[in-house]
Design a protein around this ligand. Structure first.
Ligand code: ADP
Ligand code: MG
Length: 326
């Protein structure tokens, strides 16, 4: 594989007519990073990915890979590769020929390209299926072939646009672990677009949360989850209450909110819903000012001071658990 390289986006903008899909974003992705571009539908994730791939030309700004400005280069000359969904496999070609396809296009002779394709099939644990057609594979197996096919050109960066969205939940979690393992083994950068915060947190070294064509926050999953910069981040990442206090807005993790029947202990609230979730009790509450709150209470804590729907309780959090929002 080629030397991994840092990717840098400098004031990259994408306009479609009058729509600004990506708005002057700056982003540095160190070599060998698993980066997730995260955000709601329409926030500009795919446009960003396609500009990195070269399938879309940036309206403004620069895309720099290692020492090279690749902004104007065609996709095949950039050192990036896009993993397309498994349904983009050629149905009439065997698994081996599908994987070797990009090398055939580059005029590499058959023995060499087959040898290389076999190595990649080994990497994704698909060696026994080399002679099959895509239709003779399960969804997860097709996904692995699509992955091997994208990796055959030895990209420095692999680009994946919602690669797990077509899979059922069980397979999605399994393929997710395989993507992570593969990225570690190859040591190259993966840039993975997803709208699922759980997926991003499970995979990413670097989470880049986008909103309305801009980067709302970037950092490790822990930073982004524990130190949301804005209300948008706190709500999108989930697991937080957004609470108005005398000094402004704060985020308090749902598992840092304690609930007590001793009404002198904090803010009064009414219990709206109580759900048993095994290790946790998930409680929906409504504060006096109408704010919806969620408390995740460990089962043993709940057992010591149980409450039920309709109870007036008090909610409390330590000052250190209140994270100020911009
Ligand atoms: P995401 O992948 O986060 O859902 P996209 O990058 O696909 O977001 O889209 C960002 C914005 O750009 C949206 O408003 C979308 O409608 C618009 N858009 C995307 N592709 C095109 C296109 N080819 N032509 C016009 N508008 C587009
Ligand atoms: Mg998209």
């Amino acid at each position: 594989m080629a030397e991994p390289a840092q990717l840098e986006l400098v004031a990259v903008t994408k306009r479609y007519g009058t729509t600004v899909a990506v708005d002057a974003i700056d982003l540095k992705i160190p070599a060998g990073t698993y980066c997730c571009l995260l955000g709601p539908s329409g926030c500009g994730k795919s446009s960003t990915l396609r500009m990195i791939a070269g399938h879309e030309i940036a309206s403004e700004g620069d895309i720099v890979l290692g020492p090279h400005n690749v902004t104007e280069l065609p996709p095949a000359k950039r050192g990036t590769a896009m993993m397309f969904q498994s349904y983009a496999l050629f149905p009439h070609l065997t698994v081996l020929d599908n994987v070797a396809f990009a090398l055939k296009m580059r005029g590499v002779d058959k023995a060499v390209r087959h040898e290389k394709a076999l190595k990649l099939l080994e990497l994704v644990a698909m060696t026994p299926y080399a002679g099959r057609l895509p239709a003779q594979l399960s969804g997860g197996q097709q996904q692995r072939v699509a992955l091997a096919r994208a990796l055959i050109t030895e990209p420095q960066i692999l680009l994946l646009d919602e690669p797990l969205s077509a899979l059922d939940p069980f397979l999605r979690v399994r393929m997710r672990a395989e993507l992570k393992r593969l990225q570690r083994e190859l040591g190259i950068t993966f840039i993975h677009v997803t709208h699922g915060q759980e997926e991003a947190m499970a995979l990413a070294d670097l989470v880049v949360l986008m909103n309305g064509g801009k980067i709302e926050q970037q950092g490790s999953p822990r930073e982004v989850f524990n130190k949301p910069r804005t209300e948008f981040v706190a709500r999108f990442m989930g697991g937080h209450n957004v609470i108005r206090t005398l000094d402004g807005l704060v985020a308090v993790r749902t598992d840092h909110l304690s609930v007590s029947k001793d009404t002198a202990a904090g803010r009064p609230a009414r219990v709206v819903d109580v759900e048993y979730q095994g290790a946790w009790i998930h409680a929906n509450l409504m504060a006096e000012d109408g704010t919806d709150l969620v408390a995740l209470v460990p089962e043993a804590t709940f057992d010591r001071d149980p409450f039920q729907v309709g109870d007036v309780v008090s909610v409390h959090w330590d000052a250190a658990a209140a994270h100020p929002l911009a």
